[in-house]
Design a protein. Structure first.
Length: 158
């Protein structure tokens, strides 16, 4: 018989890419912004969607779908920028198709991601775990790994 977890529950900001639900710890999110007007960055990898000027501060905007090996993030009326806290990535955000809810998960509701169990797949190093919700699963991302993933793309010449 397992003992209940004593770890405090964590809050996740959820978002969608197509029908797939993803989440980032609320503590890693600075704001969610409706502004999706982006300026392209010449010679940047496809994972860098562009830059956004929010209240005079320029933010690099990553296409999280491309980082995860999916088709690019589709822009629509529900698209949002999730701006990350400076402790995660200075002046950086991700483009998402739509925002979900803030969800709370107990530690025992999160299965840590083990690449050796899932095999090599694009973006697998960005996944921290899989959360079990009443109505499905939540792919939990490690926001601090986003910019290093872009750096790896640049190093490969992509």
């Amino acid at each position: 018989m397992s003992t209940p977890s004593t770890a405090a529950p964590q809050l996740f900001c959820t978002f969608f890419l197509g029908a797939k639900r993803f989440g980032i710890r609320v503590l890693e999110v600075r704001e969610i912004n409706r502004e999706t007007t982006l300026t392209p960055v010449p010679h940047a990898p496809s994972e860098v969607r562009g830059c956004a000027n929010l209240r005079g501060q320029v933010h690099v905007v990553l296409d999280i779908a491309k980082l995860l090996g999916l088709d690019g993030t589709a822009l629509g009326p529900d698209s949002r920028l999730v701006i990350l806290k400076p402790t995660v990535a200075e002046a950086c955000g991700i483009l998402v198709e739509s925002i979900g809810d803030i969800v709370e998960l107990d530690a025992d509701a999160v299965e840590p991601w083990r690449p050796e169990q899932h095999g090599a797949q694009p973006g697998g190093d960005l996944i921290a775990g899989i959360g079990k919700l009443d109505d499905g699963l939540l792919v939990i991302l490690n926001a601090s790994r986003l910019l290093p993933a872009v750096d790896r793309t640049l190093a490969r010449g992509g």
